[in-house]
Design a protein around this ligand. Sequence first.
Ligand code: ACM
Length: 552
Amino acid sequence: MRDVTALVFLLSCAAAADGASQSPAPRPAAAAAPPIAVIPRPVKVTPRTGHFTLTARTVISTDAGTAALGRQLARYLEPATGYALAVRRGAATGSRIVLRQDATLKRLGSEGYLLEVRPGAVTVRAPAAAGLFYGIQTIRQLLPPEILREAPMRGVAWTMPAVTIEDEPRFRWRGAHLDVCRHFMPKEFVKKYIDLLALQKMNSFHWHLTDDQGWRLEIRKYPRLTSIGGWRKETLVGPYTSDSAARVFDHEAHGGFYTQEDVREIVAYARERFVNVVPEIEMPGHAQAAIAAYPWLGNAGDSLAVWTIWGVSDNILNPSDSTVRFMQDVLTEVMELFPGPYIHVGGDEAAKTQWKSTARVQERMRALGLRNEEELQSWFIRQMDSFLTAHGRRMIGWDEILEGGLAPNAAVMSWRGTSGGIAAARAGHDVVMAPGDYTYLDHYQSLDRAHEPLAIGGYLPLDTVYAYDPLPAELEPRYARHILGAQGQVWTEYIKGPKNVEYMAYPRMSALAEVLWTPLGRKDYADFRSRLTKQLARLDALDVNYRRPDPR
Ligand code: ACM
């Protein structure tokens, strides 16, 4: 446990200040006001008098549309309290938490909610299920942080401060990415990662499933993708060096993959938490593991191994009809597993060296009437765009898919800064912002690198993440609707397992959650830091190995 108790008093004052700007009504004295430390900061918070106490006799009252959410709330509350709360349809009297679908609140949109905590009852109303779910997440944050513990906690008063909260998100795409290729992450951790997103009202999980160093998704038609492509014989130790003679390896095999059954389980788990899973299948670059499994997909013969170092591999898929069909077959199984609208096809860092030097590829390029390798990449990606579009899905790719002409229905994830995203939005394409300087959570969190785990480089402190605005100032307002939102990236070359992921992702992901949810005018870093104290206590309760933030 970290020492957070000393800051509780400060937190109470900050929470009272939060209310001060909201409520014209007389309020209790600041010192007596219980903390309201919700992250992301809600749109409107009006403190009320008193508090609600959850007891073993509290009833969760639902209607037909909210019964499943009521059971979910009961499951959330049971482990720490030990209460098996009754979930009942229809009106209830006595201590109760009421969940109501309410069409008159349409103004709050498909994810907004209205939460009223009063001494006798808590009510969440929302026009749609996602909003009710987010109201439930706010309830979890209004209760003491111990509510998030898995073991029964004795002697905790399960109280919530009385308050009215009206809330809805600023952006539709509130995402987090996780690379499970460079280092495989166990299924249970993927679920924990999703749980943390949901607690912070994030709704998109970008699952980076294939890369040069490992293919992590079972494809029934092509079993070698995982039996061969899922494993590498060893891994580079220490930082990347271009001097191959200076490289040191760990001589330990590394690998793993998710069966289709695992994937179905995770997708269902995410869906229950209103998180959409976006699978990424990399092409035509970052595909060395696939080429190692099926050498005919490549250009350079059949002696390739799954990659054991980091960087950009020269190995790239060849652009033959059979390779296009292979990848479309893969996407067919991917679409069966992932019901969400978006399928990510990568597209980044596709080195063109082999295409330039391979006569067969040059012939192919000429036969297709293409002028250069960028147009060839664009052609390859278009084959996927039209295939996914024909199956009712949307293709999304990293911003390199703009080079050589953007596929007609593609959405763009802008990682090399924001210019790609801006260009795509102006051309009428949807965009998810993922710029390295603000959202790459694999970058260092401190300039004092000697005291940080080895990372890929960069410097991205908490306040810089918090300061990010996904809506670029230079984008004309008429294109703003194309900026769906943003997401945090966790590439794992130097992140060997779950505890390291948590260290890099938290608390920066909490800052990003607020960037994506909270209206610009309600963002305030000092206020965020005061609420963060409580968020860190929540992360402690959830056994998250976050990095302790530097003093302000
Ligand atoms: C990327 O970081 N190569 C998308």
